[in-house]
Design a protein around this ligand. Structure first.
Ligand SMILES: [Fe+2]
Length: 650
């Protein structure tokens, strides 16, 4: 999805210094969270599991459970115990074990718990350094089901607004899993006009340490934590988990001249993703996979970004546009996908996919609206041969009940998918004749929509023009943020849309705004104004036995085992001229910082920094110091001391 607004960190820093920063010598201090905005917060009561818990990739007898331990200083490896039970009190324990984590995986913990029962709810918890994590709830996949229900989400730009919709989904009790279609994080630097400021890291993320820290920052969001705590996630990345409009060999927002080798950056993004997301590991860091929910549904998750996508076109006059061999998935994945939908014995084939798949007439708009090319180039419409071949494959093989689930575009759409070949049965929008599959596109959780970067009237015009030229559009909304719930029964598959009342403030008001559904063996969408009928959920309690997990709005400093916590020191070793420290303070305090060489000589010193509570970034310019080993000593007025070994390389 196209990038929108960005700003230069250093300009921001300079402008900001007067209020929150203290420039002296070679050290810049900047407050990264404000007292009036404690979100996201390092909740001390949750230590050392500040990033919460998560689960994902359920099978019928296993599930991934995940957490992250923030290490104590100089703690090299940590043994983390895990427990999983069928009840919230852990009286009916079904499995337990120990996982050892360390810096090589950024202190993340991921366990593939096996031996579980299908379609069953489980509770899990971690223990490290004598402290328990929040309790998570998860659910295995079904073998034999009459009713499944998923929350479908994508595109949560932290800087653009609050994750209210994540919290609304967490409050439901009727879902089997959350399907996240990508843009879970965004790679951009801090925006000057961010709705939620104080991003970490402040720079655009490129190095592995950057990607890790961005994942860390997002997972401190209490609404995202709450959703992970309640449901397993089934995730795929889109472009922003690496860089905007990425493809196999590059990205729109990647300049090799200034940002280095793309393969390195792409691998950094993938590595951090597999560390920080509850996705099942594999040696190739591939995300395309199937997840079976038995007779009723199979999820086929695609990677249309990094696996095999060729570069986006820059003009529809390029020969590449009509090249019959051009690919968005890569030949290997394309062949795998055809095999999966052919051989699936499930009634509903649900395709988890990043970008719009359906035929969307955009080419004729390009002469009057350059933005149409930007949209076209990045979706399946920009790879028409492969897309049209797949539509014909579905049609010619009589593959029934194919439903594409899509994100990326920051808008609501629902489409009938018809064969674009001129010799095919003409598509009839009234009866649905000629449609071979359907697609439901989820809006963004918080990322800017068309109206927010084109202006309301331009977005309205674009929406109207698209509707005029595309009679297969069954639902469209360019303005609202939120999600849809996918309800699946043997009779039909239905999407119910819910919109957040205002992403710009933290709120708990959402509105149901309508539905579409397709009946069994009738692959076209019908509008509805009523939600799918209730799904029996039985007795599925939330994991409420631990008070730390209930009130995400709790103040961070209610429990005070620690006054000053080092979150990160990077890059370390550093060949850069700037070394960044991030620290969390749970109460106002006075800090002193010293840079000391191995002979004990103080090379740099700053005293009497009076800081409020919150998260701070400290930037040290170390350019003038020779290569070697040093200690950064941080001391506060509570006699707490942190010594951070750092290495400067030249
Ligand atoms: Fe997005």
């Amino acid at each position: 999805m196209k990038r929108f607004i960005f700003t230069n960190l250093w300009i921001f820093l300079i402008c900001f210094m007067g209020q929150f920063s203290f420039a002296q010598n070679n050290i810049v201090w900047k407050k990264l969270s404000r007292s009036e905005d404690t979100r996201p917060a390092f909740k001390q009561a949750q230590a050392p599991f500040y990033h919460g818990v998560a689960s994902g990739d359920p099978t019928q007898n296993s599930v991934i459970i995940w957490t992250r331990v923030t290490p104590e200083l100089n703690e090299e490896s940590i043994d983390v115990k895990w427990y999983i039970a069928t009840d919230t009190s852990f009286l009916n324990m079904v499995a337990s074990g120990t996982f050892t984590t360390d810096a090589s995986r950024d202190y993340t913990v991921k366990v593939d718990v096996s031996g579980l029962e299908p379609q069953n709810t489980y509770f899990y918890v971690f223990l490290a350094n004598g402290k328990y994590s929040p309790v998570g709830r998860t659910r295995t996949a079904a073998t034999d089901s009459e009713h499944l229900r998923f929350g479908i989400v994508s595109c949560a730009n932290y800087q653009h607004g609050y994750f209210n919709s994540y919290k609304r989904l967490a409050e439901r009790n009727d879902l089997d899993a959350i399907i996240h279609l990508g843009d879970y994080i965004y790679e951009y630097e801090e925006f000057a006009d961010a709705t939620r400021p104080d991003l970490l890291p402040q720079n655009e993320i490129i190095a592995l340490g950057d990607y890790r820290m961005r994942h860390s920052y997002y997972k401190l969001d209490p609404d995202l934590q709450a959703l992970h705590q309640m449901y397993p996630f089934i995730t795929i990345w889109d472009d922003h988990e690496t860089a905007n409009d990425s493809y196999k060999d590059g990205a729109e927002n990647h300049d090799p001249a200034t940002e280095g080798d793309w393969e390195t950056r792409k691998n950094n993004g993938k590595t951090a993703y597999f560390e920080w997301m509850p996705i099942r590991d594999n040696a190739d860091k591939r995300i395309y996979r199937t997840i079976s929910y038995g007779n009723l549904a199979e999820l086929i998750m695609l990677d249309t970004r990094l696996e095999g996508r060729e570069k986006q076109i820059e003009s529809i006059d390029e020969p590449a546009y009509t090249d019959p061999n051009r690919t968005i998935m890569g030949d290997e994945q394309d062949a795998w996908f055809r095999e999966q939908i052919t051989n699936s014995s499930a009634q509903w084939k649900l395709i988890g996919n990043q970008v719009i798949f359906s035929p969307l007439n955009l080419a004729q708009l390009i002469p009057v609206n350059a933005g149409a090319l930007t949209i076209l180039a990045d979706i399946w419409e920009g790879y028409p041969a492969e897309r049209n071949n797949l539509i014909q494959f579905i049609k010619n093989n009589d593959i029934a009940n194919v439903v594409f689930l899509t994100g990326d575009i920051h808008a609501t759409f629902a489409f009938d998918i018809y064969d674009t070949d001129s010799t095919a049965t003409a598509y009839n929008p009234e009866t649905g004749e000629g449609s071979v599959a359907v697609e439901m596109v989820t809006p963004s959780i918080s990322s800017d929509n068309f109206d927010e970067y084109l202006g309301a009237s331009n977005a309205s015009i674009l929406q109207g023009v698209l509707e005029f030229y595309n009679n297969n559009i069954k639902k469209i909304n360019f303005v609202e943020h939120g999600y849809y719930v996918l309800d699946i029964t043997p009779e039909k598959v239905q999407g119910d849309w819910y919109f957040d009342s205002n992403r710009l403030i933290h709120n708990d008001i959402e509105n149901y705004v309508g539905s579409v559904y397709a009946n069994n063996n009738a692959p076209h969408l019908i509008e509805s104004e009523s939600e799918a009928s209730g799904k029996p959920v039985g007795e599925i309690p939330p994991p409420t036995n631990d008070p730390t997990i209930i009130e995400v709005g709790l103040e961070a400093n209610e429990v005070l085992p620690q006054n000053m916590l080092l979150l990160n020191a990077y890059p370390n070793p550093t060949a850069n001229q700037t070394l960044t420290l991030n620290i969390a303070l749970d109460r106002p305090q006075t800090l002193q910082l010293q840079l000391i060489d191995m002979q004990g000589k103080v090379l740099l010193q700053q005293k009497n920094q009076n800081l409020s509570s919150g998260i701070f970034g400290i930037r040290l310019n170390v350019n003038s110091f020779p290569a070697g080993n040093y200690i950064i000593n941080l001391r506060n007025n509570f006699a707490q001391e942190i010594n951070i070994p750092v290495q400067i390389v030249k």
